[in-house]
Design a protein around this ligand. Structure first.
Ligand SMILES: *Cc1c(COP(=O)(O)O)cnc(C)c1O
Length: 239
């Protein structure tokens, strides 16, 4: 290991500190308790050395979008036994086994078939897979996620599956909208989340907010933000 990977890169450490400070400010602004928002560092397309640098700053939760790339990194970083891996990308049903075997969290469940396969394939030796229902909150044709009016039904079906623990909702609101439209979308998402919480006492996670909408998301009740660019820098591939 080079010195850089063991001590952490100053640039990355500064960027992640800045993100943590933004989260803290947003928590204060919303009169929410410290550490009520979890930071997931989105490391897709970035090398394991970048993950090690973030780890050196104390970061433990990482998000990945592409199954095979993620599994390669998880295997390479096996010695960091306290990393929590979050799958946040779209998932084809023929790839569920690797998610069930390698991840702690799965954010993008949007149909029952995927949930059933994940539950069946979750190894018995592991705790239940922590899952979120992805909601297509802006009802965009191009986006994955269940329609908002179908989210509660899917959630109640997931609650019956033995090896999954339903924890809440995930959404990727439209980028480049007016502040008004953004806040309407986030408010609708929060309303749906509060309704969902009536179904089960373990539902505590609203995964929304990326580099560009972190503050707005936390102001509207996000409990988990997924930040890539503002920690690791821009990605070279479109992702
Ligand atoms: C890439 C990605 C992120 C991180 O986005 P940034 O804008 O780089 O912070 C968050 N969530 C999902 C689902 C992603 O695909």
């Amino acid at each position: 290991m080079s010195n850089e990977t063991t001590t952490g890169s100053p640039a990355l450490a500064e960027r992640i500190d800045k993100v943590r400070a933004r989260i803290r400010m947003a928590e204060v602004g919303a009169e929410r308790p410290e550490n009520s928002v979890t930071l997931v560092a989105v490391s897709k397309t970035k090398p394991t050395s970048a993950i090690e640098q973030a780890y050196a700053t104390g970061q433990r939760a990482f998000g990945e979008n592409y199954v095979q790339e993620a599994v390669d990194k998880i295997n390479a970083l096996q010695h960091f036994t306290d990393i929590e891996w979050h799958f946040i990308g779209p998932l084809q049903s023929n790839k569920t086994r690797l998610v069930a075997e390698y991840f702690h969290w799965m954010h993008t469940v949007d149909r029952l078939k995927i949930a059933q396969r994940l539950s069946t394939q979750r190894p018995a030796a592991l705790p239940p897979l922590q899952v979120l229902v992805q909601v297509n909150i802006d009802d965009e044709d191009s986006k994955s996620g269940v329609a908002a009016h179908e989210a509660l039904k899917l959630a109640s079906q997931i609650l019956t599956l033995p090896n999954l623990q339903l924890r809440g909702l995930m959404a990727i609101p439209k980028a480049n909208v007016s502040a008004h439209e953004q806040s309407e979308t986030l408010a609708a998402l929060r309303t749906l989340f509060v309704e969902l919480q009536q179904l089960d006492p373990n539902i505590d996670t609203l995964s929304v907010g990326m580099s560009n909408d972190l503050e707005a998301a936390v102001a509207h009740g996000s409990t988990l933000v997924r930040i890539g660019t503002d920690i690791f820098g821009p990605r070279e591939t479109a992702a």
